[in-house]
Unconditional design. Structure first.
Lengths: 325, 465
């Protein structure tokens, strides 16, 4: 099991939720995981129903069996100052650089450096050991940028190592790339059973593979329950409306005669069934596309009551059952 | 944990409302038709259908007679194809198949190309070549996140300056925060006014002259620190790049400032795009606040993928109770079954005992699984229970499906109400959810119709079940 788990996905597929559920699932049975946020959206804090996360590793949840989930929202500016101090003992220079606007430059005007800092910080957490020589975190889970940008984001250090051909930044960038391109890392893609996210997932996987970044699994999120089975869908096409009206009426929903309450339900209910059938067909097609990617595919259910903390534990349980941990 | 009781109580009353009805309705056609509207900016978090909305609005405006260009940032391949263009590029391409007198053009922002064009347009040949060949420039322009925002602003400024189009519809970059492009001019400004640029420029400008000794100690320490950090060669690349760009930076800023002002002007309308989901609407609220803080003219909120139901007077609870009713194993003698069920839902528990006594004898037999064949061989009378059983099963499924839909509806309503409570001033246009994706102009046109219709199109059935 790779120690750095990167979770990406098209916007709106719920990659933050999946990353958080994965961090919880991996923490089960006494493990310690770090959930890292890199996009400054404070999605993790919202998910765990806590206040905004500072740039500080902080325990946010306890997993079944005594595990712990820590969270960190990486602030690129603070990460840079951190780095200068940690690696180059340049704390003072860092402050001077900040005054000059160099830190702002590094983290915004030259945003490539921002990505270097974000990936660098995550890799540092992966490699960090305590005094006894054990890893501080068993797993680091990163809520990464969306699929469209993930390859560039992870590969930024390659680019930087090419730009800065010598010096500490070069060495740092290469050290990060060694982690990211090894089996220590797995990049998972979250998708929905819809055309555009599935297409983007396929494209993203091709890009990751051509950049020789390790692709992990495909996680299909928000899978709707099967309400009507194949036999139902077959029958819905031929069933006499009167029979449905009669059936509704027998269930206590009013009169089956024309204009009766049960009869007036038939049309809208059959329309909804047609929509379901259309979506069902689409989902079936998209599942087939995902199968062709030759990667393990997992599915997480759509939570009927919307996403909350209890739902997160439910999804974490689902991930464990499916052997993701 | 939040207490669910009050919310449920509210929901119960809402089930009788026709569907989501916003306090203020955003009427898009007058906005698109108004010759004074020159720029429409669509912003919103990723995955809410922002680019599709931009394309659909562009098409609608064109078919209502305007000459439109849609600037997309990173369209899905399918969307480009839906406009009949296999690969959009940095030049507006006319979209074929647009009805009416208007025109629709579409383009996709190519960051590197846009950046290169600026360099070529504003620097003489030799200097331009030096910049284009600089390794630092090549990485910067090839699209580190962030460059996109500057280039989107630049391109919008260019398109507007050409004055070739009646209306420019812009899709915003899928950045961490989709309003980062608003910060572009300010960031550039603070960089250009800052000391850093002087430090970076210092050695290049001082080079050769005896000036080195005038350089104060602090500055030389800084360049020393930067050199140590970046490596001497990268620092040199950055310095050469900044020196070469120096004369152009001013122009950059002037144009970025002008575009920023253009966005604040009355001819611009911002549309915040969202889906009725918690995260998307939270982001939408952030955009609304941010736009207000920047004095940007907000036209309203486009709420995509809103679900409706033609049977929304039948609540989820009643539908489920009825479904359970139907799913209880029935017996062949249906008169008894019906008698028990007619008094539902209060009595259906009592019918359970009756049902458990009747083991539905035919359930496992081949006849039960193949009602048609049975119908052919046996008399209709003995078959009726089997057929009815499967119709009941289907009906129960339909009711469960409906219950799911109603739950979705009330969840969407709750999230939307939260937004409306925070921002009652924001007009909302709701777009009914489509079961599938958009593949062609007809699909985009359909979305345009849904955008302009004031509420989701639903079968006109009022069911007082």
């Amino acid at each position: 099991m790779s120690r750095l788990q990167v979770v990406s996905g098209k916007g709106g597929t719920g990659k933050t939720t999946v990353a958080a559920a994965l961090a919880l699932a991996l923490a089960t049975e006494g493990k310690r995981t770090l959930l890292v946020e890199v996009e400054g959206r404070q999605g993790i804090a919202q998910l765990f129903e806590t206040e905004a996360l500072p740039y500080e590793e902080r325990k946010i949840a306890v997993a079944p069996g005594g595990g712990e989930v820590y969270a960190l929202a990486i602030d690129p500016e603070l990460a840079l100052l951190d780095y200068l101090q940690m690696f180059y003992k340049m704390g003072g220079a860092g402050r001077a650089l900040k005054k000059l606007g160099a830190i702002d430059f590094a983290t915004t005007i030259a945003p490539g450096l921002r990505d270097v800092l974000l990936t660098g910080k995550a890799c540092e957490a992966v490699r960090r050991k305590d005094k006894a020589g054990r890893f501080v975190y068993d797993y680091v889970v990163m809520d990464a940028p969306p699929t469209g940008r993930i390859t560039r984001f992870l590969n930024v250090n390659d680019e930087v190592a090419g730009l800065a051909r010598i010096g500490p930044i070069h060495n740092q960038a290469q050290a990060v790339m060694r982690v990211l391109k090894s089996s220590e890392t797995a990049v998972h893609l979250v998708t929905l059973l819809e055309e555009m996210p599935v297409q983007e997932t396929a494209d993203g996987i091709a890009e990751l593979r051509s950049a020789r970044l390790p692709v992990g699994r495909v996680i299909v999120n928000m899978v709707r329950p099967e309400v009507l089975d194949a036999a139902d869908l077959e029958l819905v096409r031929s069933v006499p409306r009167a029979a449905v009206a009669k059936s509704l009426s027998s269930a206590g929903l009013g009169g089956a005669r024309r204009g009766g309450n049960a009869e007036r339900l038939v049309s809208p209910l059959l329309t909804q069934a047609d929509e379901y059938a259309e979506r069902h067909t689409l989902e079936h097609e998209q599942r087939a596309v995902l199968q062709e990617l030759e990667l393990p595919v997992h599915e997480l259910p759509l939570l009927a009551e919307g996403m909350d903390l209890a739902g997160l534990y439910e999804l974490a349980g689902g991930l464990r059952e499916q052997g993701l941990t | 944990m939040s207490r669910p009781e009050p919310a449920q109580a509210q929901d119960a009353t809402r089930h009788h409302a026709p569907h989501l009805s916003p306090t203020r309705v955003l009427d898009l056609d007058p906005l698109l038709d108004d010759p004074k509207t020159r720029i429409v900016v669509c912003c919103g978090s990723g995955g809410v259908g922002k680019t599709t909305t931009a394309a659909a609005l562009g098409l609608r405006a064109a078919e209502r007679g305007r000459k439109v260009v849609v600037l997309t940032i990173d369209p899905a391949r399918r969307l480009a194809q839906s406009m009949g263009i296999d690969s959009l590029d940095n030049t507006p391409r006319r979209v074929k198949g647009v009805e009416g007198d208007g025109e629709l053009h579409a383009m996709m922002l190519d960051m590197k190309r846009t950046f290169d064009e600026i360099v070529e347009a504003h620097a003489d040949g030799e200097r331009a070549a030096a910049i284009l060949g600089n390794p630092f420039y090549q990485s910067l322009s090839a699209g580190f996140a962030g460059t996109q925002e500057y280039m989107a602003m630049e391109k919008l400024g260019q398109l507007r300056a050409k004055d070739e189009w009646d209306l420019i519809v812009v899709d915003t970059p899928p950045s961490r925060s989709a309003l980062d492009f608003l910060d572009a001019p300010k960031r550039l400004g603070s960089f250009l006014d800052g000391k850093l640029i002087r430090v970076l420029l210092a050695p290049a400008k001082m080079g050769g002259r005896a000036g080195m000794k005038f350089l104060n100690v602090g500055m030389s320490m800084m360049t020393g620190a930067l050199g140590k950090l970046l490596g001497g060669q990268l620092l040199k690349d950055v310095q050469t790049f900044v020196a070469a760009m120096d004369s152009m930076f001013g122009g950059f800023r002037t144009r970025a400032d002008a575009t920023y002002k253009l966005l604040q002007a009355p001819g611009t309308a911002f549309l915040v795009v969202a889906a009725p989901e918690r995260d998307a609407l939270r982001e939408a609220a952030y955009f609304v606040e941010r736009l207000a803080a920047e004095d940007m003219p907000l036209a309203g909120l486009v709420l995509n993928r809103v679900h409706g139901s033609g049977a929304d007077r039948l609540s989820a609870e009643r539908a489920l109770a009825a479904a359970e009713n139907l799913e209880e194993p029935r017996i062949v003698d249906q008169e008894d079954g019906k008698a028990g069920l007619r008094n539902s839902p209060d009595t259906y528990e009592s019918s359970e005992s009756a049902a458990s006594e009747a083991p539905a004898p035919d359930a496992g037999s081949p006849a039960a699984t193949d009602p048609e064949r049975t119908a052919a061989t046996d008399g209709p009378k003995s078959v009726t229970p089997h057929v009815e059983r499967s119709v009941d099963q289907l009906t129960a499924g339909l009711l469960r499906l409906h219950a799911e839909r109603m739950r979705l509806l009330s969840r969407e309503q709750r999230t939307r109400d939260r937004f409306t409570a925070l921002h009652p001033e924001v007009a909302v246009a709701e777009v009914a959810a489509l079961p599938g994706d958009v593949h062609d102009l007809a699909g985009l046109r359909d979305i345009g119709d849904r955008l302009a219709a004031h509420r989701p199109e639903l079968p006109d059935t009022a069911v007082d079940a």
